[in-house]
Design a protein around this ligand. Structure first.
Ligand SMILES: C[S@@+](CC[C@H](N)C(=O)[O-])C[C@H]1O[C@@H](n2cnc3c(N)ncnc32)[C@H](O)[C@@H]1O
Length: 279
């Protein structure tokens, strides 16, 4: 059974760690292949949004540097899509970005750079002890079995903070350490953009039930876990949205087909009526 976790092949003579030539070549391969269209789209969007081309190029090169040095569990395509959403909200008062699931801190460092450029702050939720104990058994959209063992993706808080200090913008980041079921219910601030990368169904459920009611009108939630059948099924389940989250089920383009999903909430929280009357 596959485990989505750091791959270490102790027999391989090739060094694959942070900063190695192997890592740089891999990063370049993804940039000119898988992520090319999204990154070019991000650079071209400079005319329509407040960040000029030169600053976008600088941001993308800092993203690449982070990927070269820190084990990352996302693609640059995913990160530039989130960056664009944050930049479009630049200058809003109390602009708040939430990240659930920071792993080793690569995504956290990138999001911190974008939060700073947009004049906002980033609040990061993670156990900083890796995945919780769980009995979940997953399949990806292609039917491949996956498990997420306790402790997988472990990045200590100090390690993540060091990564953000070295590569990101530490002055705009706040950390909420602990299990999501304990930390999220205590969070009572309005949110503009949330990024979920938590893998487990239980964790996704906790994030959505606590964050959706906190979203400002025009807010958006990204999930990087749409490749898991159980997560896709949850997102497509109208009764989950109505009964557990308390909102009308949102349209989620690509659910059941794509890993990276965007969930938009255009209405203010109070107007997200799960049971609209028919008059
Ligand atoms: C795949 S990693 C995140 C990777 C990171 N976003 C990146 O792109 O590099 C998943 C993270 O979710 C966290 N996580 C999952 N469920 C959690 C829970 N219930 N409470 C706290 N943290 C949780 C794990 O600790 C882990 O750091």
């Amino acid at each position: 059974m596959a485990e989505r976790s750091a791959h270490v092949d102790r027999r391989s003579p090739i060094r694959r760690g942070g900063g190695t030539l192997y890592r740089r070549l891999q990063s370049l391969r993804f940039l000119v292949g898988r992520d090319r269209a999204a990154v070019l789209g991000f650079l071209r969007a400079s005319t329509a949004s407040p960040l000029p081309l030169a600053a976008r190029i600088r941001l993308v090169s800092r993203f690449i540097r982070i990927t070269n040095h820190v084990r990352a569990y996302h693609s640059q395509a995913e990160m530039v899509a989130v960056a664009e959403a944050i930049l479009r909200r630049a200058g809003r008062s109390q602009l708040t970005i939430v990240e659930c699931g920071s792993g080793k801190g690569a995504s956290t460092a990138k999001l911190s750079l974008v939060a700073k450029l947009a004049g906002g702050r980033l609040v990061v939720f993670d156990s900083f002890r890796g995945m919780p104990a769980n009995e979940e058994r997953h399949e990806d959209l292609g039917g491949r079995p996956m498990v997420f063992r306790r402790g997988a993706f472990y990045g200590r808080l100090r390690e993540v903070q060091r990564t953000v200090a070295r590569f990101g913008a530490p002055d705009v980041v706040e950390y909420r350490k602990g299990w999501l079921a304990d930390t999220l219910p205590q969070f009572d601030q309005a949110v503009d953009v949330a990024v979920l990368d938590v893998d487990l169904l239980a964790s996704t459920r906790t994030c959505l039930t606590h964050l959706v009611p906190r979203l400002r009108a025009g807010g958006v939630i990204f999930t990087q876990d749409g490749h898991l059948r159980a997560v896709a099924a949850l997102l497509a389940d109208a009764s989950f949205w109505r009964d557990e989250v308390g909102v009308a089920p949102p349209a989620i383009p690509g659910v059941g087909h794509r890993k990276f999903l965007t969930i938009r909430f255009d209405e203010p929280a109070a107007a997200r009526d799960p049971h609209p009357s028919s008059d």
